[in-house]
Write a protein that binds this ligand. Structure first.
Ligand SMILES: [Zn+2]
Length: 136
């Protein structure tokens, strides 16, 4: 069922900005915060969590979505991603595929930075052809 309630981007942007403060990024110093509005109305936040092995690094977007899924919050209705780059950084491929797992292709993805620049995409624009398992 499609949820037509409007997304309060101001709340999501603030949550993503706050989450970014908790980023663990001692290696790249590239701090990211994400806030996902879930279909149960809750907001799930995440920050990037790096690891000295690099390969174990978790992105903010995946932390936010996995946290929401783990508590049964359902699928995502919108997500905001806060960085400190201009233009605001685009999620990596792993995160886009994760969004495709837990949201529809019409998921609004708002990319924002600390200066207030905003770019909104649909997930389908950022990942037009997500991986799908063959149907049995
Ligand atoms: Zn990522």
């Amino acid at each position: 069922m499609v949820d037509f309630r409007p997304v309060d981007w101001t709340v999501l942007i603030t949550a993503a900005r706050d989450a970014r403060e908790h980023a663990y990024a001692p290696y790249s110093h590239f701090r990211v915060g994400a806030a996902a509005l879930m279909e149960d109305g809750s907001i799930s936040t995440g920050a990037n969590v790096e690891n000295r092995t690099y390969g174990l690094t978790l992105c903010a977007e995946r932390v936010a979505l996995a946290t929401a899924v783990a508590r049964g919050a359902g699928r995502a209705r919108a997500i905001a991603v806060m960085t400190d780059t201009s233009p605001p950084a685009t999620p990596c491929g792993l995160c886009l595929q994760t969004m495709a797992e837990f949201a529809g292709q019409d998921l609004p993805v708002l990319l924002v930075n600390l200066e207030g620049e905003q770019i909104e995409h649909k997930l389908s624009e950022l990942l037009p052809h997500p991986f799908e398992l063959p149907k049995p």
